[in-house]
Write a protein that binds this ligand. Structure first.
Ligand code: THU
Length: 129
């Protein structure tokens, strides 16, 4: 699946965002190496701390369905300027590989693409334990 198609899934997931406190919608779509697409949105909480980002929602769904083989993830936050995954999400994703691609987009036609290792250099992961 190409980046544009995956971004479309992230845009659709973004519409499901539950973000009454920040009003900041985020959607994410993961493509597994076996070709499944698993999406997530950010989910906020009245007590704030339990809020979960779109990337971690998608990854939790993915792993709990048995997929740890991640090829890439598309993320759409702001539609005005590109949003990048927060530090917690970068580390959470890192568990499943340094080489996965992170596509950060505002639309299907405006995105940047990084390897996770570029966004989280010299990272700590499962091989370090
Ligand atoms: N958020 C994400 O979903 N992903 C990120 O990488 C950054 C932030 C969400 C969390 C919160 O619901 C809202 O955006 C504002 O921080």
């Amino acid at each position: 699946m190409n980046n544009k198609e995956l971004i479309k899934y992230a845009l659709e997931a973004r519409e499901k965002s539950y973000s009454p406190y920040s009003q900041f919608k985020v959607g994410a779509a993961i493509l597994t190496k076996s070709g499944e697409v698993i999406t997530g949105c950010n989910i906020e909480s009245a007590s704030y701390t339990p809020t979960i980002c779109a990337e971690r929602t998608a990854l939790a769904k993915c792993v709990s369905e048995g997929h740890t083989d991640i090829e890439k993830i598309a993320v759409v936050g702001s539609l005005e300027k590109i949003s990048y995954p927060c530090g917690v999400c970068r580390q959470f994703l890192r568990e499943f590989g340094k080489d996965m691609l992170i596509i950060c987009a505002t639309s299907e036609d405006n995105y940047t693409e990084y390897k996770l290792s570029e966004l989280l250099p010299n990272s700590f992961g499962p091989e370090d334990l």
